[in-house]
Design a protein around this ligand. Structure first.
Ligand code: NCD
Ligand code: ZN
Length: 369
């Protein structure tokens, strides 16, 4: 028998997820435990139906998240996880509402969806000029603006929508609001990496695990693969490589945001399948795999646990998570092809996780809260 490589272990400060979709109702109860098992805090996206646009809605949603977690994972899990709430920017939202929610610690940030860009974005913003007072207020109070950076112009090729957004909208926006804290969410292109690197320190970006693992070929591997479809859609290999370089570089502007976006299996496997990849179950292991492949496992803690809180001006987590690298076992079964998650109803929620059927080298072995 060949000698196996020595096991490698890594202990890092407990990470946070700076971009996640936890949904609501039964699906919330099914998925929230996966995020809370790995992360101490998470920036919760507001694209519910109807969207979260008021302080009252955000407080009520935060309470539903706590209750769902308590029901699915117990009181200790619920007390060890802090959902950070966001406001969904519409063209009619009042600056006062944001300021009041931010001051009360209910809103941590506000999310800009260009209308029509993605799931439940119809109530989003059609023209950035219409929300100038909102952005001016956020700039003044130091409230971060989280951007889904894609143009919705149907004349623009879907693979170019992020790069065009940067030129047409993000550059002018930063010129108009030079002190606004901006996070370009789930970046997918070399252009975004370059723009963020060259930008001021109040500009950051999140990077998902899936955009570090797959390029657009994954959507068509042997047939149409709805489980690899998300927005912004995965791009060419050169972009994936630029993202891997950025994430593992140690540059404090880049941090972890899974964009875990669960849609039930039947909604993905349809003639018009929903956009979103459910990566929460193995998110940290997925990132660790990338960092170790890039010989940069020592940079995982900065990306996962330090850069995000520093950008947001929040304290670092006190706890830790330990991961262990084991050689893949050719005999071992892969990760489940499908998860059937209890959700408080008679029917479990059926979801296909990212990395279904694969093996990952890194495993979480301990967590100290
Ligand atoms: C997200 C969703 O399903 O809510 N989908 C996705 O593909 N990422 C919305 C989003 O973040 O664009
Ligand atoms: Zn998202």
């Amino acid at each position: 028998m060949a000698a196996s490589a020595p096991r490698q272990t890594l202990t890092i400060r407990t990470p946070d997820d700076w971009h996640v979709h936890l949904r609501d109702g039964a699906l919330l109860q099914a998925v929230v435990g996966h995020t809370a098992a790995q992360f101490a805090r998470a920036i919760v996206m507001p694209n519910l139906k109807p969207p979260i646009t008021t302080v009252a809605q955000a407080s009520a949603y935060r309470e539903r998240i706590r209750q769902a977690l308590e029901r699915s994972a117990g009181t200790e899990a619920a007390s060890g996880f802090t959902p950070l709430m966001t406001a969904y920017l519409t063209e009619t939202i009042a600056p006062d509402e944001l300021e009041r929610g931010f001051a009360a610690g209910v809103f941590t940030a506000a999310k800009l969806y260009p209308a029509g860009a993605t799931t439940n974005s119809d109530a989003g913003v059609r023209d950035l000029a219409h929300i100038t007072p909102v952005l001016t207020c956020m700039e003044r109070i130091g409230m971060p603006l989280l951007i889904h950076g894609e143009v919705t112009d149907p004349a623009v090729d879907i693979f170019d929508r992020e790069a065009v957004f940067i030129e047409r909208h993000l550059k002018p926006l930063l010129e108009r609001h030079p002190a606004l804290k901006v996070v370009l969410e789930h970046i997918t292109t070399a252009e975004a990496v370059q723009f963020v690197e060259a930008g001021p320190s109040n500009l950051g970006a999140t990077i998902t695990p899936h955009h570090l693992h797959i390029n657009r070929n994954a959507l068509f591997q042997g047939g149409l693969r709805p489980d690899m479809y998300c927005l912004p859609v995965a791009k060419r290999e050169l972009h994936r490589l630029a993202l891997r370089k950025a994430a593992t570089s140690g540059n404090p502007k880049f941090f972890l945001g899974t964009d875990s976006a669960p849609h039930l299996r039947h909604a993905k496997e349809s003639s018009c399948g929903c956009a979103g990849i459910y990566n929460a179950p193995y998110a940290l292991e997925s990132y660790a795999q990338v960092f170790s492949e890039e010989n940069a496992i020592d940079q995982l803690e900065a990306f996962a646990s330090l850069n995000g809180p520093r950008f947001y001006g929040l304290p670092l987590n006190q706890g830790s998570v330990t991961l262990e690298r084991r050689d893949p076992d050719p005999e071992a079964p892969g990760l489940p092809a499908i998860l059937e998650l209890a959700n408080g109803t008679a029917e479990p929620s059926r979801l296909v996780p990212f990395h279904a059927g694969e093996q990952l080298d890194w495993h979480i072995t301990a967590r100290n809260r």
